[in-house]
Design a protein around this ligand. Sequence first.
Ligand code: AMP
Ligand code: MG
Length: 357
Amino acid sequence: MITEYAVMNEASPDPEVIGRAGRIIKEGGLVAFPTETVYGLGGDALNPESSRRIYAAKGRPSDNPLIVHVCRLEDIELIVSEIPPQAQKLAEAFWPGPLTMIFKKSDLVPKETTGGLDTVAVRFPSNRIAQALIDAAGGFIAAPSANRSGRPSPTVAKYCREDLDGRVEMIIDGGEVGIGLESTIIDLTEGSPIILRPGYIGRKMLEEVLGKVEVDATLITPDSGIAPKAPGMKYRHYAPRGELVILEGESDKVIEEINKAAAFNAEHGMKTGVLCTDETKDLYRADSVKSAGTRSDELSIARALFRILREFDDEQIDRIYAESFSGGNLGQAIMNRLMKAAGHRTVRPGDGEKLPL
Ligand code: AMP
Ligand code: MG
């Protein structure tokens, strides 16, 4: 298959291209497109064959359900069997935007789209290209992130192409995304609301609207042996090809330990990458030192994270060391992705722990 590549500006989506892309989806094809979180790989959410194609194009396990994207609030009534009052409140506060809500599904949504579940994940994105495409495609686009399964989610179209060229009918390049981490997922089907995946809409923001909100226990203690409620959260994810370790604790000890390991790696013919911030960038000596942004602007770090992990791959880095980013509103969301990318390998030099050499 030859993949068509179309470039457009979010401020003025090209109606002719969007019309063509919508028809591709209506006919069962796939289109990668920008959203405010990460790029999505879109197919017709109501067509079981489209969902099967999405799983195949991504190499994604078919028990990992897809998020259904809508472009009008009233369309939700068609795909869910019940709208709890809490959902109404969240929609008013955060939609269109980077929040996904889990509902009980209606019969219109095929089980192929929901990974066999009786519930459906729904999001109304704010990106105008995404909205125009959803409308042109008939109103319901199933879209996971537009990466091959296991790879970092794409924040620029170049990485959709790297992963999906020849596997999808079209890729729409709408520039770099604004947030860079996938949507927050909240489940409203089980009495008290529960966060299944942290994202830009943080717990505090949700609690301001709903009162008490729980967090899926597996997000807090990932080694607890309990299955996460969002099936996709159990998979290794976002992993760069190089070995990634996160360093926690006092900054000067972290820097010293990384520089020691980088020197060792260089002597042994291995390339080292460091993922850090503007505050510490000049203090590292390694083959590739990349700042994700400044600690005073968490969003800059969120937006850069997946791109930098991919860049280390482009530079064939063997060992990657990352500073830790906990704290703030986005800290939990950033660390959730980074910990998964690292397979939960962390080292605390302040407690005498050493990087494996
Ligand atoms: P992605 O589309 O790649 O951002 O992944 C979608 C995420 O949403 C995965 O972690 C899924 O497991 C989760 N998800 C989608 N639908 C449901 C659902 N009905 N119940 C729980 N989690 C869901
Ligand atoms: Mg994904």
